[in-house]
Design a protein around this ligand. Sequence first.
Ligand SMILES: NC(=O)c1ccc[n+]([C@@H]2O[C@H](COP(=O)([O-])OP(=O)(O)OC[C@H]3O[C@@H](n4cnc5c(N)ncnc54)[C@H](O)[C@@H]3O)[C@@H](O)[C@H]2O)c1
Length: 263
Amino acid sequence: MFGLNKTTSKFCDLKGKVAIVTGAGKGMGRADSLKLAGAGAKVVLADISLQDCQSAVEEIKKGRGEAIAIKCDVSKKSEIDNVVAETLKKFGKIDILVNNAGIYPFEPFLTMPEQNFEKVIDINLKGYFLMAQACAKEMVKQKSGAIVNISSIAMGQVGVGFAGLTHYCASKGGITAMSQAMALELAPFGIRVNCIAPGSIDTPGTHTSTMEPKVQEAMNAAIPMKRSGKSEEIANAVLFLASDESSYMTGSTMVVDGGWVAG
Ligand SMILES: NC(=O)c1ccc[n+]([C@@H]2O[C@H](COP(=O)([O-])OP(=O)(O)OC[C@H]3O[C@@H](n4cnc5c(N)ncnc54)[C@H](O)[C@@H]3O)[C@@H](O)[C@H]2O)c1
């Protein structure tokens, strides 16, 4: 017997939860914010573009959700501290963090200047560390929380290599490894830390990227499902990992790539 319970609440219900999403103005971060708000969470949208965040907040409010926009460059600790302080002031707690803000400027390894390498690591890796640490300090007090770090199939090992993205691959491999270590240290406090490794996802970032068109063609050919993913398809995975439905998952990386890595 399955013991069907008529009073079972909605799948991935986030009513009463407070979430922060970084890089929330565009692309996957925006889709994640709309998805979490749709599930009932109060959402804090943080991005270097306040204007993009504000337009996403308007969209959430039209759907009767609750959200605020805050300007934040995740590579700057003072701006991260401000997001946490504003979130606590407005909503009183932090239950969910989606670390999503990231950049992927293609350029050859042999001529990549040191400062370009540092910039990608500062945003994609140090930014995730700083934001996770600041939020986890609050989550520890309530002995619960869910952190979802957006990595990439460029993370190495079971992932794929990307010519022209030395700095990016280093940052994404770092996120996956860092998330496992964080999961171990935060498990005793009831905080779960998981990663998502998206494949090729159609976002504004991929349209403005310096990636050569032949690289996109080669990627599409390598994907068994023969198409790029949509931001909403990543947001569904984010929602699952942010909710209590994934209560026994921590230290995991969920690959969402149309079968690319399996191929
Ligand atoms: N699109 C893909 O194919 C793909 C695949 C795997 C992983 N990812 C990862 O997913 C995440 C989102 O990618 P996307 O394609 O949606 O990107 P996008 O460029 O479409 O959107 C990124 C958002 O992050 C913001 N941002 C950039 N730098 C920031 C900073 N320093 N501080 C705060 N916000 C900042 C931008 O303003 C923008 O709103 C990134 O971490 C990316 O590495 C993307």
